[in-house]
Ligand binder design. Structure first.
Ligand SMILES: *Cc1c(COP(=O)(O)O)cnc(C)c1O
Length: 388
């Protein structure tokens, strides 16, 4: 087989070693606590499950969906944006149904980036932005996210000639993997930067609802002038425990949405109407109460884990958003070696930071996707490894 050269551009898979060790530990019968993946462990809302079952029985839903998504799903997204963010959207031109935001983010690159173009990509980050830029023949330009700057990129440090070749800036706040949030002043500067350099601002708002301690995350579209340059990715995956369903939306700049639609129309045939109708049920009047309940679940888990790790002498920060702890590896160890040690000696899986980019060096990510008792157990085992 002679595969395409672009396959070789895909960065090496950083988690292979830890995946092998995890499989070996499970085979040995170790009681593994997996904090390695950002996938909600609780079930989807029961009324959403009921709705998809009902819709599955309707033969009208057995046919191809509309290319741009069901008008009623796009209207439900627009209605949700109005009441959640105070942002008005035209469902016909400014909302597009996605088969998960990963699909949309990947295809956005193909709609914007020609070979030789630059994409401005945070580091560490969700890997899709970088990988698809490479697949499309573009050049990712890394924006380091440093602790000293609150894990916000320094846009003023981007050289003018790089900004000139760039087509898109990716941002994701609340942030995976760092748990950081962005203030409005930073977001306003980002919008201004994109307007000045004629860039598309691709704002990944996957964790918009997963916030604590009175913090509420904005939509990028709340910022003045944002609609001229920005599209936002809003996924039902995390707020409604629906990662398996593959349902999300891209909202914002109509021209960008049209370009993304051209790629999608020629690639997929849209998300199943039954899933879109279940998505309408998720975004309906019970959304806020469900989200409030999940927020409380994650806040308590966060508090249990942070307290447990601090008692173990590991000074991890208390994030205001997301279900991740982004923690500096104690005693200047290598992140990969430390993650392997936690697995071998404590049966706890964490993700080494370099898997999210070279600036993730020295950090590990812990996903709070197991129940409190298991987190408390994980913290006790980690304490033993750290000699407390
Ligand atoms: C989980 C996650 C998503 C959501 O992806 P879906 O494809 O909608 O499930 C998007 N971006 C980031 C940063 C994530 O962590």
């Amino acid at each position: 087989m002679r595969q395409a050269r672009r396959i070789e551009r895909v960065p090496p898979y950083h988690f292979a070693q830890i995946d092998r060790k995890k499989a070996a530990a499970l085979a040995r019968g170790v009681d593994v606590i997996n904090l390695g993946i950002g996938d909600p462990d609780r079930p989807s809302p029961p009324w959403v499950v009921e709705e998809v079952c009902r819709q599955a029985r309707d033969p009208a839903n057995h046919r191809y969906p509309d290319y741009d998504g069901l008008p009623s799903f796009r209207e439900a997204v627009a209605a949700y944006y109005e009441r959640r963010f105070g942002v008005s959207l035209d469902p016909a031109r400014e909302v597009l149904t996605l088969i998960g935001s990963k699909e949309g983010l990947a295809h956005l690159v193909w709609a914007l980036v020609d070979p030789g173009d630059v994409a401005l990509v945070p580091d560490p980050a969700y890997p899709v932005y970088r990988t698809h830029t490479l697949l499309a023949g573009g050049t990712p330009y890394s924006l380091p996210l440093r602790l000293e700057r609150g894990f916000l990129p320094d846009l003023a440090a981007v050289p003018v000639q790089v900004a000139r070749r760039a087509k898109v800036l990716f941002l994701n706040y609340p942030n995976n993997p760092t748990g950081a949030v962005a203030d409005r002043e930073f977001l306003a500067r980002a919008v201004d930067f994109c307007r000045r350099h004629d860039l598309v601002l691709a704002y990944d708002n996957a964790y918009a609802e997963m916030t604590f301690d009175g913090y509420t995350a904005p939509s990028i579209l709340e910022l003045p002038g944002a609609r001229e340059v920005a599209v936002e990715f809003y996924s039902l995956s995390k707020p409604f425990n629906m990662t398996g369903w593959r349902i999300a939306a891209c909202v914002g700049n109509a021209e960008v949405i049209r370009a993304l639609g051209v790629i999608k129309t020629n690639t997929d045939s849209g998300q199943w109407n039954a899933v879109q109708r279940a998505g309408i049920a998720a975004l309906g009047e019970r959304a806020e109460a469900f989200i409030a309940g999940m927020r409380e679940v994650y806040r308590r888990r966060r508090d249990v884990m942070v307290e447990g790790l601090r008692r173990a002498g590991w000074e991890v920060p208390l994030p205001r958003a997301t279900f991740y702890l982004w923690a500096r590896v104690p005693e200047e160890q290598d992140a990969g070696a430390f993650a392997e040690r936690l697995l071998e000696e404590a049966g706890v899986v964490v993700t080494p930071g370099p898997g999210f980019g070279e600036h993730g060096a020295g950090f590990v990510r812990l996903a709070l996707t197991v129940e409190e008792v298991r987190l408390a157990e994980a913290a006790r085992r980690i304490a033993r490894v750290l000699g407390r």
